[in-house]
Write a protein that binds this ligand. Sequence first.
Ligand code: DGL
Length: 263
Amino acid sequence: MSEAPIGVFDSGVGGLSVLKEIRQLLPAESLLYVADCGHIPYGEKSPEFIRQRCAVIAEFLRSRGAKALVLACNTATVAGVADLRQHYPDWPIVGMEPAVKPAAAATRSGVVGVLATTGTLQSAKFAALLDRFASDVRVITQPCPGLVELIETGDLHSEALRALLRSYIEPLLAAGCDTIILGCTHYPFLKPLLSQMLPPAISLIDTGAAVARQLQRLLSERGLLADGPARETQFWTSAAPERLCKILPVLWNKSGSVQSFNR
Ligand code: DGL
């Protein structure tokens, strides 16, 4: 069983920012990645629609023998992780949440910004996270419609992207944020652009590395960690495979073969 693969998915290429952390921490694991690019953006879809997509993709990854599942998507986690855990009580499932706790601990100005999707920011799970960890700080939330679609093109320095991003970070800077949470797995790919656009004293926080460590913990507790030589990563997409093929060298730093996911 420890030789079985790990299933990872996102609405699109954003989860590759998490997959990279998993690959780096756990080189001996074989990884399966589903990019649901045909249904992007999850952030503007209903929770019911996202739950259905989670169920379909999880079932596919189980059918491929996945020993664990990672929802490399904040929006899918708030909508779907509870149902998945109920449906598969014995399957290790790791979800994501915006890094409110570390950001609240790190801020010196006492003002934290959150960039995330509309779906994540409107969820009860996010409200509970704020109640639990952010009672002593001011939190400015900024939904970012349109950002994910621009990141999906693979052009991380376009004028359109810069202009839209500027409109989303300006309110955070005006409010005095010194710490900004990247609460969507697509956004870590904006770090190079953000570092040009933000004053150097602003910290950016995301949870990709923490999710990889959590996955490692869960697998280790169950005796499911693989060892041996580095293993492969396989990709599927619900949009045209050529599109993901073209973007992989940019966001994953390597090319890879991509299969079609038609469910
Ligand atoms: N990458 C996803 C997240 O972490 C959402 C992107 C989308 O809106 O599809 O929230």
